[in-house]
Ligand binder design. Structure first.
Ligand code: SAH
Length: 210
């Protein structure tokens, strides 16, 4: 039986449930992060809709239920240090900030990174560190990570990322061409990534190396 959402439940929490998210910590994070604080002012009327939103620089932020599903698939317990590649608005990093101990996130556009820093500060997320750079190289200064989330499409997972995970660490990436990708979870063993689970077909903006 599908659980009905209560009248007072935020629309995006209900959307995450409909997408199959059951982890109470992930649902609580979706409830706690105000998406309105992360999207451009012109898109504020769309914040309660479970749809992608354009964020400038020809980039988009994904529908929240997909981000929630992604983060749920990592089974985070709160003690982790996580790297996100592709900060965008900082919304996913904000969800992560509620789910783990420390977040590092890398964005190639300085303008988006600066906006994300402001968004995250406004939402009170103090355990997120936003870096400007080429995320295909990861962020070695803060490695190793317990998990890495790649938030942009790539034909293959950049080799540098595997080396920045702890043994047994998990990496999530939309892998495929520009027409569409599959969200794949990998596990790191001895510096190599092994495919662990294919989660869902997705369509992300491309990961662009420097
Ligand atoms: N996670 C974001 C949405 C990500 S959209 C959110 O919650 O809003 C993908 C982002 O990846 C875009 O902002 C894009 O500029 C960035 N990106 C693309 N290639 C990159 C690279 N090589 N390094 C870092 N960021 C990159």
């Amino acid at each position: 039986m599908r659980r009905r959402s209560s009248a007072s439940e935020p629309a995006l929490v209900a959307a995450a449930r409909r997408a199959g998210v059951t982890d109470p910590r992930v649902l609580a994070a979706v409830a706690a992060v105000p998406r309105a604080a992360f999207v451009p002012r012109s898109a504020r009327r769309l914040v309660d809709e479970d749809r992608p939103i354009p964020i400038g620089e020809q980039q988009t932020t994904s529908q929240p239920s997909l981000i929630a599903s992604m983060l749920a698939s990592l089974h985070l317990d709160g003690h982790e240090r996580v790297l996100e590649v592709g900060t965008g608005t900082g919304y996913e990093a904000a969800l992560l900030s509620h789910l783990v101990a420390e977040v590092h996130t890398v964005e190639r556009y300085a303008s988006l990174a600066e906006q994300a820093r402001q968004n995250l500060a406004g939402a009170g997320c103090t355990n997120v560190h936003v870096h400007v750079g080429d995320g295909t190289r990861g962020w070695p200064d803060a490695a190793p990570y317990d998990a890495i989330v790649v938030a942009a499409a790539t034909a293959e997972v950049p080799a540098a990322l595997a080396a920045q995970l702890i043994d047994g660490g998990r990496l999530l990436a939309p892998v495929g061409g520009s027409g569409g990708q599959e969200l794949i979870r990998y596990v790191a063993r001895d510096g190599h990534l092994y495919e662990d689970r294919r989660i869902v077909p997705v369509r992300f903006v491309p990961l662009v190396p420097e």
